[in-house]
Design a protein around this ligand. Structure first.
Ligand SMILES: Cc1ncc(COP(=O)(O)O)c(C=O)c1O
Length: 471
């Protein structure tokens, strides 16, 4: 097979081949191990490093992908993948995402895609309602929380420079002092990465306890600054006191940015809403779509109180062939880092249309209840130790058999972490929490039930006792 034009007659068959494989795969995913046996070997063996001179055609390529590629995939779309904070794709989101690829819209502007532009406007409006954020805020879809942090912090940087009479987007950093960034110990590495990409410098991020925020801002003597709060810390599930931080930040001439990659969903719940109280008083806030909204990778959202500030960095200038947007016909390519952009709004719109506010409330509440249940199981087990209270959907714990030497616990938990990943029935890795090696499974997949969540403690204890028996 050469020129893809020759493959045109097979297009329908290729789509049916992919649909049949997807249906089959998903039909078996609920009971499957989160990592199928032999996954590493399958990944290493798959894919020739040499570019083929002659193409094999779509049927052969898809057959190889299905037969040799799928065994190399973690079942991260399934209910037992508790590593990182990983959502799946709801039925509506997944099917709509297929359509997004089929329609292949460039969601830069109304002219490139009226559908993409309109649906993004509707979708970000619905998201603001879901999270109870003011409708006047600016918003844009991004590839994830990292780029949403980048987008929101670019607006913060613009504000900070304008407060000093300087247009950083036109003139660059020259002549400006370092950007003072005050964050709490909860700050996620991706917010720091975003600041690094913005040229603010990793080392300029100061970490301090929320109780020390006021004194540190006062010491700046009224000079503008950026404060970062985290709603939902990835290891222990902690929340910064956002409402209090907003009040302090605004009293001292600072911008408050909230990273709520998954924790913003507390505002959707009835069980834990108070954790994210005050987010609507921030200047910018972000969350992920591919985590708790359960749309397929990749998707995130950035919200900024003053929509105008989003254009400073991201408006494409000096290209007369690119149309300007309006409120009615927005150009989202002017509000975020990418110019050409996937129509992520299609999946976001579809899942919110399919399940509505109530559906998301029920799902988030179900996950919180499951996380609390696992937390109780950990507390009831003599050989496990809960390291942080379960606030939302993260359960932070370690294996601690009675009488085991404290100094050897980190090594034991590291070995147990490797054993959990190798076993594959459930999937979660280790982290370091308050100086000790710990596990931090997070529940955020729409498919997860009590039966799946109960495996966390069951597998950890079973593999833990096996390690002890071998020692
Ligand atoms: C609080 C927080 N911020 C940002 C991120 C980065 O998200 P992404 O990988 O979607 O860029 C994460 C990921 O877990 C997170 O927990």
């Amino acid at each position: 097979m050469g020129d893809p034009l020759g493959d045109r007659p097979r297009l329908g068959a290729a789509l049916r081949q992919a649909a049949a494989a997807a249906e089959d795969y998903l039909a078996g995913i609920d009971g499957s191990p989160a990592a199928p046996p032999g996954i590493d070997a399958a990944a290493t063996a798959f894919g020739d490093l040499e570019l083929p001179e002659t193409g094999a055609g779509s049927e052969r390529a898809l057959t190889e992908l299905i037969e040799a590629g799928i065994p190399a995939a973690t079942r991260s779309a399934g209910p037992r993948f508790f590593h990182f904070v990983t959502g799946g794709g709801t039925p509506a989101a997944l099917a709509a995402d297929w359509l997004a690829s089929t329609l292949d819209q460039n969601s830069f502007s109304w002219v490139s895609s009226p559908l993409g532009s309109r649906l993004e406007r509707v979708a970000v409006g619905w998201l603001k309602q879901l999270f109870d954020l003011p409708s006047s805020w600016g918003a844009v879809l991004t590839t994830g929380a990292t780029m949403a942090n980048f987008t929101a912090l670019a607006a913060a940087r613009r504000w900070w420079a304008l407060e000093q009479g300087h247009d950083v987007d036109e003139l660059g950093w020259a002549g400006l002092p370092p950007l003072p960034v005050l964050a709490t110990p909860h700050v996620h590495t991706s917010a720091v990465k975003a600041l690094t990409m913005l040229g603010a410098g990793r080392r300029n991020v100061r970490r301090l306890e929320p109780d020390d925020l006021e004194a540190s801002l006062r010491a700046l003597g009224g000079r503008p600054a950026v404060v970062i709060a985290t709603a939902g810390e990835v290891n222990g599930g902690g929340f910064d006191p956002v409402a209090k931080m907003a009040e302090i930040a605004h009293r001292h001439h600072a911008w408050l940015h909230v990273d709520g990659a998954f924790g913003l969903f507390a505002r959707v719940s009835t069980l834990a809403r108070e954790l994210a109280e005050g987010v609507d008083r921030a200047d910018s806030v972000i969350a992920d779509g591919h985590k708790w909204l359960n749309v397929p990778y990749d998707c995130g959202f950035a919200f900024v109180r003053d929509p105008e500030l989003m254009h400073g960095t991201f408006r494409l200038t000096g290209a007369p062939y690119l149309p300007l947007g309006s409120d009615e016909r927005p150009s989202f390519g002017d509000r975020g880092p990418e110019a050409s952009r996937r129509a992520r709004a299609i999946a976001v719109w579809a899942t919110l249309r399919a399940y509505g506010r109530t559906g998301y409330r029920d799902m988030v509440d179900r996950h919180i209840a499951l996380a609390r249940r696992v937390g109780e199981q950990v507390e009831a087990a003599a050989d496990l130790e809960l390291l942080a209270p379960v606030r939302l959907n993260v359960i932070c714990f370690r294996f601690r058999p009675p009488g085991y030497r404290e100094a050897d616990l980190d090594e034991l938990n590291r070995r147990l972490g490797a054993a959990v990943l190798a076993d594959g029935r459930v999937y979660f890795g280790t982290t370091v929490y308050r100086g000790v090696v710990a596990f931090r499974p997070a529940i955020s997949n729409w498919r997860t039930t009590a039966e799946d969540a109960d495996l966390i403690v069951e597998v950890a204890r079973e593999l833990g006792s096996r390690l002890l028996a071998r020692a």
